[in-house]
Design a protein around this ligand. Sequence first.
Ligand code: ADP
Length: 267
Amino acid sequence: GPDPDVLAIARRLKTAVKHKILVLSGKGGVGKSTVAAQLSLALSANHSLDVGLLDVDVCGPSAPQMLGVSDEEVRMSNSGWSPVYVEENLGVMSIGFMLPTKDDAIIWRGVRKTGLIKQFLRDVDWGELDYLIVDAPPGTSDEHISLVQMLAESNVDGALIVTTPQEVSLIDVRKEINFCRKSGTRVLGVVENMAGFVCQHCQGCTDIFFPSSGGAERMCKEMDVPYLGKIPLDPSISRAGELGRSVFQEEGNAASPGVGALRKLVA
Ligand code: ADP
């Protein structure tokens, strides 16, 4: 029969959390956490929806920093671990909160990592949510695979995949899409991040990466998955991430059509 942990996770998340979205990437450093954090901020803005951000990126948990709560600690209650609240309607739970100091590397063995991911899925007390955004470990690592397996009975809406334009990044995204297909996870779409750089002086857009932006769109056509748009390299996105703020609330962020497209998609 089904794994008792998988059932326990489903009891916690299946109906209490209306929508569950995994944010995935083939590689690290492509902007997966940025998209997950900004998506959570956008969905919860104006107190419209109850949102949770679950950061189980064991390689580099950055949600606390990106939501401006890196000095907070999680607490235990009778009903599980309490998330850290950025706003009344935006909670975050991150492996980053479990580290002794910000600069400690995670050198746990694989078993402990998957164990912790399982605990996070099963024991965090979100209450009722409209959206749970899951910032997943990059690639198709063991941790990543067990994350998807543990959510098998929880009615996950699907995966949002973040990539950069280069072929080296797209190769891993194809693997990721195939993995989603095999595991029965719907691909909600692919976002191309770091797609060119918009010069703040002349407003011209320069492609930084070879072969140039647009690779993700072609790949989406080939693989028959939705293409959601592109996000240029933009100092305001980096700044918002470092300061733990919403990119939508900062001035001069009109140059992020991809983030806008993303928000429209899930709103
Ligand atoms: P990942 O989660 O895939 O490892 P991150 O979201 O942590 O990647 O992004 C890596 C770094 O790149 C961060 O410092 C982030 O602020 C920056 N970054 C991501 N996307 C953009 C962008 N479109 N413009 C500018 N900086 C970006």
